[in-house]
Write a protein that binds this ligand. Structure first.
Ligand code: RIB
Length: 301
């Protein structure tokens, strides 16, 4: 059977405010624009993997107002049979996007924190050793899932985002792929330089492939034997929201295709570049044909 991804992850409603600069303590500012988008690191990553062509199953919980998120996941090609709807509020994010395209985010977990272990166990029973278990840090019972996934022999891809104290304490051994940015890497290691972050994580987590995304400086991949570097594809930045999620979903899809790690990095970086050049999270994630055409069109910068 071809490889499968189970993504147990968040589903959010993103309320996006366009601002000249991020609001400062004590300051009130008027936003220049407002849009409501589908989002959530989990949903974004499933959509990216599905649009890349992977067989991805999403699991997670929405509230009464979350139907449109399930619909988008399904229309994008993800299998939604495990997504649950419960009474209560869907997780949501208040996002400021600056003129430079950068973002800052306040999360309200809502239904994302309603994922209990009985439900998780039921979903996991449909998967087996070798399947990819894709995880982020926006749902309840993450450490339980990590432990159960490891015991089942699933190949775990963890994006430790958003970073918090609980995650810093979690047992990350046995993870196949750790996908993180410089800030998250710095918080986990206390290091400031990308190469030092990578080497520290690799020495702590032997057997794990560590993929560090560096924004305009591209991405690095280390596996204990070699370090690969992928420059970023220069594009006009409109909104960086979900760039990392797009990268992760596309990277996972390339892994399922047994792509060479350098090719996986290149594909993921190209998809992330396209996502950055459009507004919104899930809606900015390109389909595979667009990414291939972009790569073919080179040279880039
Ligand atoms: O990574 C981007 C995502 O982070 C947004 O879609 C928002 O919902 C938050 O989860």
């Amino acid at each position: 059977m071809a490889g499968r991804i189970l993504n147990f992850g968040s589903l959010n409603i993103d309320r996006v405010y366009r601002v000249e600069h991020f609001v400062r303590p004590g300051e009130t500012i008027a936003s220049k624009g407002y849009q409501c988008f589908p989002g959530g690191k989990g949903l974004n990553q499933s959509i990216a993997a599905a649009r890349a062509g992977a067989r991805v199953f999403h699991a997670g919980t929405v509230g009464a107002d979350g139907d449109f998120l399930i619909k988008l996941l399904s229309e994008s090609g993800a299998d939604v049979r495990y997504v649950r709807k419960k009474d209560g509020i869907t997780g949501h994010a208040l996002i400021q996007v600056s003129d430079a395209g950068e973002n800052c985010i306040i999360l309200y977990p809502g239904a994302n924190f309603d994922n209990d272990t009985a439900y998780m166990e039921q979903v996991l029973s449909g998967f087996s050793a070798g399947d990819i278990l894709m995880l982020q840090n926006e749902i309840s019972n993450l450490s339980w899932l990590l432990e159960r996934g490891r015991k089942k022999g699933m190949r775990i891809m963890l994006n430790p985002s958003p970073m918090d104290g609980a995650l810093a304490e979690m047992d990350l051994t046995g993870i196949a792929w750790l996908m993180l940015n410089e800030t998250e890497g710095g918080a986990l290691t206390g290091e400031g330089e990308p190469e030092a972050i990578l080497r520290t994580l690799l020495s702590r987590l032997p057997g794990t492939q560590v993929i560090l995304t560096l924004g305009k400086d591209g991405a690095m991949l280390g596996d204990g034997k070699k370090i690969l570097r992928q420059p970023c594809f220069p594009v006009k930045t409109v909104d960086t929201t979900a760039a990392g999620d797009t990268f992760t979903g596309y990277f996972a899809a390339a892994i399922l295709e047994n792509a060479d790690p350098a090719d996986a990095l290149r594909l993921a970086s190209a998809a992330a570049a396209l996502a950055v050049s459009e507004a919104g999270a899930a809606v900015s994630i390109p389909v595979r044909e667009r990414v291939e055409a972009f790569l073919k069109a080179g040279p880039h910068g």
